[in-house]
Design a protein around this ligand. Structure first.
Ligand SMILES: Nc1ncnc2c1ncn2[C@@H]1O[C@H](COP(=O)(O)OP(=O)(O)OP(=O)(O)O)[C@@H](O)[C@H]1O
Ligand SMILES: N[C@@H](CCO)C(=O)O
Length: 325
């Protein structure tokens, strides 16, 4: 149960009274998700999502996230929209945590990924990148290459508990990525802009076969657009047994490219970006696993799922291995 901060009825009623939403009819903690405390709130005017932000969300970043969702929604991207209270404010505090109410999105995230999901995701991701092009705020990606060594150092001493030799292998990969990571500035720079940076299946809603919305913009930032593509290759194009599905990758990439073409440099950089994306999620999962509070309801995700993905990308010879003709 990803509810880290419990809210009393008294605190909730006082919080909701600050909005023109009528009285509270129900408020239930949402089990899914591992980063923040989420509640499904129903008032006399309908359903909403109440989010209390936890450890990995910096309060100072919230204006960027909230402003981005408003910007993208205005551009036609299906995403939650923050609600403003009587005082015009969207960002508040509840039970000592930064808290926001957002609109409820209908749809279900796909538990079993079909090729058509990948095709729809590629198109939606490209649309997101284009819609974010004129968003005036910027936020550095604190979980890109500059953020990986501190995470690694916080895990290195105990990584062997998860897999013998893991620390040594990760340090070697980290050295390579730090030495060769593509730049967003200067000669040979790759295109950059607003990326979601966490476009996993559980953050993408479908209604039937149609993609209906994107949620969880709390890792969104300004970074390499192709890095978002690489994160999605990892999150959508591997089968439960760990096998890479080149058909899904081809559909994802080709539908993305129909909306926003990928340059030759971006395509050439995909294997390295996918190795970085593998390391990023491996490290955050490893950190969460090694620091998992005993008895917590939230089940940590398996870092070795991303060790297997990293090993796959390490042997990729070029973008052709991602199903591209
Ligand atoms: N706007 C929304 N409309 C409908 N459901 C939502 C919305 N936002 C969140 N949810 C529900 O809450 C769940 C958790 O939301 P979210 O993924 O943002 O939490 P999180 O703690 O950031 O999780 P994650 O581990 O994916 O980062 C989602 O899987 C979804 O079921
Ligand atoms: N989507 C992330 C969790 C939230 O950052 C993962 O699966 O590791």
């Amino acid at each position: 149960m990803a509810v880290y901060t419990e809210v009393s009825d008294e605190d909730l009623n006082a919080f909701i009274a600050q909005y023109p939403l009528g009285g509270v009819l129900s408020c239930k903690g949402i089990a899914e998700g591992v980063e923040n405390s989420n509640y499904l709130l129903v008032t006399e005017t309908g359903p909403y999502i109440l989010t209390l932000y936890e450890k990995r969300v910096n309060r100072a970043d919230l204006p960027f996230f909230l402003g981005l969702m408003e910007h993208l929604s205005a551009k036609g991207v299906g995403c939650p929209v923050p609600l403003h209270g009587h005082d015009g404010e969207a960002l508040r505090e509840l039970c000592g945590r930064p808290a926001v109410l957002v609109t409820f999105l209908n749809g279900m995230w796909p538990r079993r990924i079909a090729p058509y999901h990948c095709q729809a995701l590629g198109e939606a991701m490209a649309g997101l990148h284009l819609a974010g092009a004129d968003f005036t705020m910027a936020r550095p990606n604190n979980l890109s290459v500059s953020g990986w060594r501190p995470l690694f150092e916080a895990c290195a001493d105990r990584a062997h508990e998860v897999k013998p030799g893991l620390a040594e292998a990760l340090e070697s990969e980290l050295d390579l990525l730090e030495a060769h990571w593509p730049s967003a500035t200067g000669p040979g720079a790759l295109p950059s802009g607003v990326i979601h940076a966490d476009l996993f299946p559980d953050n993408v809603f479908f209604r039937g076969r149609a993609l209906s919305g994107l949620i969880d913009f709390y890792f969104a930032c300004t970074d390499l657009l192709a890095y978002d593509v690489a994160i999605c290759l990892n999150a959508w194009c591997f089968e439960p047994d760990g096998a890479f599905n080149a058909t899904k990758a081809r559909l994802l990439l080709s539908s993305y490219r129909k909306v926003r073409p990928l340059s030759d440099s971006e395509l050439e950089a995909l294997p390295l970006l996918a190795r970085g994306g593998s390391l990023r999620f491996l490290l955050t999962r490893l950190y969460d696993l090694l620091n998992h509070p005993p008895g917590a309801f939230v089940q940590p995700k398996n870092p070795l799922e991303y060790w297997n993905k990293l090993r796959f990308h390490q042997q990729v010879r070029g973008p052709g291995d991602y199903g591209l003709e």
